[in-house]
Design a protein around this ligand. Structure first.
Ligand code: GDP
Length: 308
């Protein structure tokens, strides 16, 4: 079975890990958002790709959900001594990943090639693919203007009310052959409970991406990142409202309705299931909160079995 999962970083990687562990004999491909990427101190950082790769490799910092476990921050400390405000947390060992990526990109490798190299070296047997090879940069408009995504998210701790979102450069992005092929041969496409606006949104904005999913023979199942009217973590609720949507599973079903077949919502939202089915999206209910390894594997199996 070919299982494809579309995901962002911390939330998405939880379900990606559940799928990876629960279906060890199957081919698993994670297509990952790169709209959050940034350049700092001359290095190219891909936070969502690194989170997914480290998670699948068993190397992630379990308490934060990102970065490497047991990493140290001496380089960041030195940068601060040189007057740089260390608002973006770069661990010492993590820095090696960014250095390798940057060097390979400078030598002409594509993001797809770099991502494959890093994930294979870290022992990941799933295929991790960037959503595209071209640079796409998510920007968020707040009261005092447009911010680069990580300025909004990390530097200002998503405390500003967002009013609009854009994916700079996306018009020039193209579907890569590996992404096209993965969608074509998929038996099931899972949309992780990642941020619909800034993790799944950039992928859908890549020209041809939405059409490729609609043309795929695989059923498409999304897991909602909303419980009640709030996101489980992070600013997905505020960002949904910023784009004129509603921050509930019903709102998500409406937002995704033209390209998904099915949505999985949390047990506590069970009363919304019929409203979702009225939007012509199939709906299943289970515990979607992934606190433990077992939760992740349970949700992975539930999602795959519901689609079949
Ligand atoms: P980011 O790129 O690191 O922000 O991560 P993602 O976009 O992949 O995931 C963020 C989203 O995951 C948030 O909107 C959360 O609501 C959602 N999320 C995080 N943990 C869980 C969970 O255990 N269950 C569900 N259903 N959603 C979750």
């Amino acid at each position: 079975m070919n299982i494809v999962v579309l995901c962002g970083g911390v939330g998405g990687s939880k379900l990606a890990l559940g799928i990876y562990e629960e279906f060890p004999g199957e081919s698993v491909t994670a297509i990952v958002n790169t709209g959050d990427d940034l350049e700092l101190f001359g290095v190219h950082i891909s936070p969502d790709i690194d989170t997914v790769t480290y998670t699948l490799a068993g190397l992630v910092n379990e308490s934060s959900g990102w970065g490497l476990g047991d990493d140290t921050f001496r380089a960041l400390g030195m940068l601060e001594r040189y007057g740089h405000v260390g608002w973006f947390h770069l661990g010492d060992a993590d820095l090696a990943t960014h250095l390798v990526r940057t060097e390979m990109l400078r030598n002409g490798a594509t993001m797809t090639e770099v991502t494959q190299f890093i994930s294979q070296r870290l022992g990941v047997t799933a295929t991790v693919l960037p959503m595209c090879d071209e640079p796409v940069r998510t920007r968020v408009r707040v009261a005092d203007g447009w911010l680069a995504f990580q300025e909004y998210f990390v530097k200002r701790r998503h405390a500003d009310t967002p009013f609009a979102v854009e994916f700079s450069g996306v018009k020039d992005a193209r579907m890569s052959t590996p992404v096209l092929r993965a969608l074509e041969v998929a038996d099931i496409i899972v949309v992780a409970p990642s941020n619909p606006v800034v993790s799944i949104g950039p992928m859908l904005a890549v020209p041809g991406f939405r059409e490729s999913i609609c043309d795929a023979r695989a059923p498409v199942t999304a897991v909602s990142p909303f419980v009640g009217s709030e996101s489980v973590t992070g600013p997905a609720d505020a960002l949904m409202r910023a784009i004129g949507g509603e921050s509930t599973s019903i709102g998500l079903a409406r937002h995704y309705a033209d390209w998904i077949d099915r949505i999985v919502i949390d047990t506590s939202d069970a009363p919304a299931a019929n409203d979702i089915r009225d939007i012509a999206v199939a709906c299943d209910v289970t515990n979607t909160l992934m606190r433990t390894r077992e939760d992740k594997r349970h949700l992975a199996r539930f999602v795959v079995e519901a689609a079949w």
